[in-house]
Write a protein that binds this ligand. Structure first.
Ligand SMILES: [Zn+2]
Ligand SMILES: [Zn+2]
Length: 316
């Protein structure tokens, strides 16, 4: 039976107190940072936001580990995984499992964070309410057989807070409190809300190019804040595509990052979906059909679902 991680897992206003404590602490730190503004600390924050949010969450946790949209050498995968842990969104096994379950049950019973169960719930409530989600680690790892076989991913999933703590202490030692407030507290909070907006806003507001079973949308603002993850309707329609911004005007920094890795010879076997000009006349498109997607046989069924037929496509 599928793991039920929707709102029904919360009984009697139960709260995940440890998560709540750290979220309150980081938000307080982010607010304090505003009173100690400096351009150099801001630059550090932007740089680390890109490292953790783009190299880490978007390019690695999401497009590489969850959906296997491209391949990299193992050492690149591991470095990017460490970058992702610095977003404070948990280890790879937790993140990937939750996200695969989200694709399996998008906006229906069992989706860990659908706005159909409340806007606040889908944004932040789902990690603060109920039993802490890491109590479900054994069940969650069933959704990540590929990662559970990899000793590095098992190890970093347990110790995911270590890289951020280490970097935080280094920043404090070298730059002092002002850099710590901006490079860690403020930056982590912005990154968290950017990711959460993908769960909340891009299942609520925006345009829908593809008819999908869920409520996913393409949202420009969320795409900017999340390095391209906000082209979420494109993504739900074609989950394995490593490219989410399908038209030239759909800014997708994570995709540009993957292209840069390809140029360096560090990414190959890249799956992309190409828009069909008949279906999407206003987009730049090629007539090449979508590539056949191969997935490891251990992958949950949701990730190997076939591309929708042309009849299911609508014009943007
Ligand atoms: Zn979604
Ligand atoms: Zn996804």
């Amino acid at each position: 039976m599928a793991l039920q991680l929707g709102r029904s897992r919360v009984v009697d206003g139960q709260v995940a107190w440890i998560t709540m404590f750290f979220m309150a602490l980081f938000h307080a730190g982010a607010i304090v940072a505003l009173f100690f503004f400096g351009w150099k600390p801001l630059m550090l924050a932007i740089f680390l936001w890109w490292v953790s949010g783009s190299l880490g969450i978007g390019m690695c946790y999401h497009r590489l580990l969850t959906h296997r949209g491209y391949k990299t050498p193992k050492w690149v995968e591991y470095i990017m995984t460490v970058c992702a842990t610095m977003a404070l969104e948990g280890g790879p096994i937790f993140w990937v499992a939750i996200h695969r379950i989200h694709h399996q049950h998008s906006d229906s019973e069992g989706d860990p964070h659908t706005p159909r169960e409340g806007k606040w719930w889908s944004h932040m409530g789902w990690i603060l309410s109920g039993e802490p989600l890491h109590h479900y680690t054994d069940e969650l790892s069933r959704y990540t057989p590929d990662l559970a076989r990899d000793r590095f991913h098992v190890w970093i999933s347990k110790w995911h807070w270590v890289p951020l703590t280490t970097v935080g202490l280094l920043i404090l030692a070298i730059g002092g409190w002002q850099y710590l407030l901006w490079g860690v507290f403020f930056r982590v909070v912005i990154g968290l809300h950017a990711t959460w907006l993908v769960n909340s806003a891009t299942h609520l507001w925006g345009s829908r190019r593809f008819v999908t079973r869920d409520d996913s949308t393409n949202n420009f603002v969320v795409a900017i804040l999340s390095f391209g993850e906000g082209w979420h309707n494109n993504h739900h329609a074609h989950p394995v595509s490593a490219r989410h911004g399908l038209a030239w005007y759909e800014f997708d920094i994570n995709w540009y990052g993957i292209c840069a890795l390809r140029k360096l010879g560090l990414a190959w076997d890249i799956k992309t979906y190409k828009l069909h000009p008949e279906a999407h006349p206003q987009a730049t498109a090629t007539t090449r059909p979508a590539p056949v997607v191969e997935l490891p046989e251990t992958m949950p069924a949701v990730l190997s679902k076939p591309e929708p037929s042309e009849a299911e496509l609508i014009s943007a």
